[in-house]
Design a protein around this ligand. Structure first.
Ligand SMILES: Cc1cc2nc3c(=O)[nH]c(=O)nc-3n(C[C@H](O)[C@H](O)[C@H](O)COP(=O)(O)OP(=O)(O)OC[C@H]3O[C@@H](n4cnc5c(N)ncnc54)[C@H](O)[C@@H]3O)c2cc1C
Length: 571
């Protein structure tokens, strides 16, 4: 399907909105010069426009299948994956010592946005490998690093994450997979995992499973879980894929979307595994991969939103219905106020979600480059917001895309519906958005709201700077920051049950308010006059006010949610 990766828009945002220059100014990322970044954006756009995007429909219509125990991916996926791997895109942020390119994670996130817009089912595989690379770099032994990282960075092998079991979804601590020491430094891993994305395939020569399992002396709950590298083919002495491990794909799920991504039920049957990190320290190690993936899933939502938006825009510019209500219009449905509302809302939301995700990625890069705990706190605070708002935006814009198409949006051949089907899992996997919100109001507020207050202060500084150019918008953003601050002061005084009851609306309100700061920054960058200012005005006047209603919900407490009993709900 046609897609035009928004490389120029990203360049503007890196330069003017999310402070990427700070990353490029660090010693660690000194190579991320403006020329290099420009070249990367151009090449990433070209690859996704020309090679990945044509695989979007075929991945949907001819999804992955399991035949005689072997997974076959959609026609063209093998070649598409090879182009991604050969371009070095899988290992773009990997450690150069192990064959990675050592580029900032921010650029990796941009690449994943493009790939998710172009063909999310295919893009999910490199995304998972990237998370695994980071987890191994941080927690694996030198031997495991030397063996696996060069092959993962090059894309010769791919990575998966195996957490979920039939009875252990959000509650990972309930898992029952077991690992028993073999006596030779390896472990026998046994258990069934479900919903494993890219659990098997034919696009690369080996599949490296990171599997959570419990050792015989592991306590119940998350503290007793360990992490293991369990390869599909056990590397021989030269590091080449050798003997088959004792694991198999039981079945592939039939899903409402993401048909090109093989989602496997995996059975590990005494499979040989190697410990990653400390015994019983598996959750800590897996969290590295999960945190990486959380932001990247938010980015997937933004990619889908951009793809759906472009699709709807193109349709609106062609579809003729009735008389145009404006002079010198296009003569198409683009001239109708409600269609303009839908498209402008989509564009304003994409900008806000993209800015939040990129700001989170910048904070992660600054954390890596400087080790400064302030940046760690900023990244930790923004991660659940970026994941949830990015994926909510994907859902919203995919639906807008269908509505703009009218009846044709409901007909598969236009491709508008695919975005809505593919995006639906994003608020569910990698920790549901509800779980993200609980993380935000609990763990991320353990500092009494300090990190959040600092973020609001930065936002108020943006509003101050914009007072001369767009005083009314600056004023509105400033007021929203104050309202948000009061809500946080209230929140940190509540017990957990009341916090959790309002967690989702609170998270949405935070995204609304933070999004306004970034819109304001973009407006200010063009001197308060031009299309970015018009978009900021749309967002601040029409969408930002939602934060008031959301915060009212956030403060309503838990009691009302239990006022209706299950019997009342049933009747
Ligand atoms: C297409 C697809 C791909 C996936 N890929 C992978 C993968 O590669 N690896 C992997 O390990 N897993 C994967 N998953 C699994 C995914 O991460 C889980 O589905 C997800 O974590 C939710 O778990 P669950 O489905 O068991 O839902 P449940 O945990 O049963 O949740 C059901 C509902 O209850 C809510 N809920 C649950 N617990 C709480 C709580 N404590 N407080 C408040 N609300 C709660 C949830 O928010 C949700 O709304 C994938 C899933 C899908 C559908």
């Amino acid at each position: 399907m046609s897609y035009r990766a928004p490389a120029r828009e990203i360049q503007f945002m890196l330069d003017n909105v999310v402070g990427f220059s700070e990353v490029a100014a660090t010693e660690r990322y000194a190579e991320a010069t403006p020329e290099t970044v420009g070249a990367i954006l151009t090449e990433a756009a070209k690859l996704n426009d020309e090679i990945v995007a044509p695989l979007q429909r075929v991945g949907d219509e001819q999804g992955a299948v399991l035949e005689n125990g072997v997974v076959r991916t959609s026609p063209g996926f093998k070649e598409g994956y090879a182009a991604i791997a050969e371009g070095g895109w899988v290992g773009m942020s990997g450690d150069p010592e192990y064959g990675g390119m050592g580029l900032p994670f921010t650029l990796n996130a941009v690449f994943n946005e493009f790939t998710s817009a172009a063909a999310i089912s295919l893009g999910l595989s490199p995304l998972l490998s990237q998370g695994q690379i980071e987890a191994l770099e941080t927690h694996a032994s030198d031997e495991l690093k030397a063996l696996y990282l060069p092959r993962l960075n090059s894309g010769e092998w791919t990575g998966t994450m195996n957490l979920t079991e039939p009875h252990a979804g959000s509650d990972v601590g309930a898992l029952s997979s077991k690992a028993v020491p073999n006596g030779d430094g390896t472990y026998a891993v046994t258990g069934q995992k479900i919903f494993i994305s890219w659990g098997d395939h034919d696009v690369a020569e080996n599949v490296c499973h990171l599997v959570l399992a419990r050792l015989p002396d592991g306590k119940p709950g998350t503290k007793g879980i360990s992490l293991f590298m369990v390869p599909k083919l056990i590397p021989d002495a030269e590091g080449n894929p050798g003997e088959a491990n004792s694991l198999r794909v039981v079945s592939l799920e039939h899903k409402m979307g993401l048909h090109g991504s093989p989602t496997a039920v995996m059975s590990f049957e005494g499979a040989r595994g190697w410990l990653v990190g400390e015994e019983h320290g598996g959750m800590k190690a897996m969290f590295t991969m999960m945190n990486n993936a959380r932001l990247q899933v938010g980015v997937q939502g933004i990619g889908i939103a951009e793809g759906a938006y472009q699709h709807a825009f193109d349709y609106a510019m062609e579809r003729v219905q009735g008389r145009s209500p404006i002079e010198n219009g296009t003569g198409t449905i683009m001239d109708f106020a409600d269609v303009r509302r839908m498209l402008t809302e989509a564009k304003a939301e994409i900008f806000a979600a993209r800015a939040i995700a990129l700001a989170c990625a910048v904070a992660l890069d600054m954390e890596t480059a400087t080790g400064d705990p302030e940046w760690s706190a900023r990244a930790a605070l923004l991660t659940p917001i970026a994941k949830s708002f990015g994926t909510d935006t994907g859902m919203k814009v995919a639906n807008i895309g269908i509505q703009v198409h009218g009846g044709m949006g409901f007909i598969e051949e236009t491709g508008a519906a695919q975005y809505a089907r593919d995006v639906r899992v994003l608020p569910i996997y990698e920790g549901t958005n509800g779980i993200q919100a609980m993380d935000l109001v609990a763990r991320k507020m353990m500092d009494g709201g300090e990190a959040a207050f600092r973020l609001l202060e930065d936002g108020e500084a943006v509003a101050e700077a914009a007072r001369k150019t767009v005083p009314d918008l600056a004023n509105a953003a400033w007021g929203a920051a104050e309202t948000c601050r009061e809500a946080i002061e209230w929140l940190v005084g509540q017990d957990m049950q009341d916090r959790f009851a309002g967690a989702v609306p609170f998270q949405s309100a935070c995204a609304r308010v933070i999004g306004a700061f970034f819109h304001l920054r973009a407006a200010n960058a063009e001197g308060g006059n031009g299309p970015r200012t018009a978009l900021a005005r749309f967002y601040i006047e029409r969408l930002l006010p939602e934060h008031v209603a959301l915060l009212a919900q956030a403060r309503a407490g838990a009691a009302g949610l239990y006022a209706l009993s299950p019997e009342d709900l049933a009747s």
